[in-house]
Design a protein around this ligand. Structure first.
Ligand code: PLP
Length: 270
């Protein structure tokens, strides 16, 4: 197993939602953590009833119990990096933000994946919660990983269509208080490559990878953000963790067609 720079296996925490089909959510996060040499821990905030064709139901856990899971975990277990995924509604967003504030020293290196709508078209975050993600969660994250529609929703504008617009929206997100932005271009229409923009205090850099032609893309966003959380404690800085995570996702997408899971948009293969 890969070791942490201090000689220990890093501990990664995902705060997210269950996907019983195993392709996205908590299940994808834990598989990614293991594959990349981190020990995975998980706080569930909600459950979905879901397969590769879509989401039929969402059951949100009581907020006091979400808070209790975090408090109990961090009172005992050292956490080296955190990934935040699907949060379902405004009460959960607020509860998670409060937990991050309460345990600032114990929950470092927070990767915020601002999950809003599944590729199946199902809503995974209520509309009224988007503003709360912007005001409460963004300033607590070390990195935010929106796709083009999520970045637009956070900024209250329409999705970027040109590289210059992507660069401008990433800068606008940074101005909202998050130090680093990875604006994912996978929803763009370039048939040859998938280009993501990484922006931090040192400037912007385009990260390019060949576009993998598969319809099995379920869980790509979850996989990328949890790969960053797994790698951050094992890499010298955020940028190299992001580059390593993108390489991991490209390989998982390339292997997706070897899986036969469900009749819809199947999962990527870890
Ligand atoms: N279900 C859960 C629990 C998720 O967290 C996510 C994405 O974060 C999805 C479904 C949607 O995954 P995708 O859009 O990759 O199909």
């Amino acid at each position: 197993m890969t070791t942490h720079v201090s000689g220990q296996v890093p501990v990664a925490l995902t705060i997210a939602t269950s996907d019983p089909s195993g392709g996205a959510g908590i299940q994808a996060d834990l598989k990614t953590f293991s594959a990349l040499g981190a020990y995975g821990t998980a706080v569930l905030v909600a459950l979905t009833a879901q397969n590769t064709r879509g989401v039929t139901g969402i059951h949100v856990l009581p907020t006091e119990f979400i808070a209790e899971q975090v408090d109990t975990l961090v009172s005992d277990v050292r956490v080296d990096a955190v990934k935040i995924g699907m949060l379902a509604d405004a009460t959960v967003v607020h509860t998670v933000a409060e937990a991050l504030r309460r345990h600032r020293d114990r929950l470092p290196s927070v990767v915020l994946d601002p999950v809003m709508v599944a590729s199946s078209g199902d809503r995974l975050l209520t509309e009224d919660a988007v503003a709360l993600v912007r005001t409460e969660l963004l300033p607590l994250a070390g990195l935010v990983t929106p796709n083009l529609p999520e970045a637009a929703a956070l900024l209250g504008t329409s999705p970027a269509r040109t590289p210059a617009e992507v660069e401008r929206q990433a800068a606008e997100l940074r101005a909202l208080g998050v130090p680093r932005v990875l604006l994912k271009g996978g929803h763009g229409d370039d048939p040859e490559e998938s280009a993501d923009l990484y922006l931090d205090a040192d400037g912007a850099e385009w990260l390019r990878a060949p576009r993998i032609h598969t319809r099995h893309t379920h869980g790509t966003g979850c996989t990328l953000s949890s790969a960053i959380a797994a790698l951050r404690p094992q890499r010298p800085d955020w940028r190299t963790a992001v580059v390593g995570a993108k390489d991991y996702l490209t390989a998982a997408l390339a292997a997706a067609d070897s899986l036969d899971v469900g009749g819809g948009h199947g999962p990527v293969h870890h």
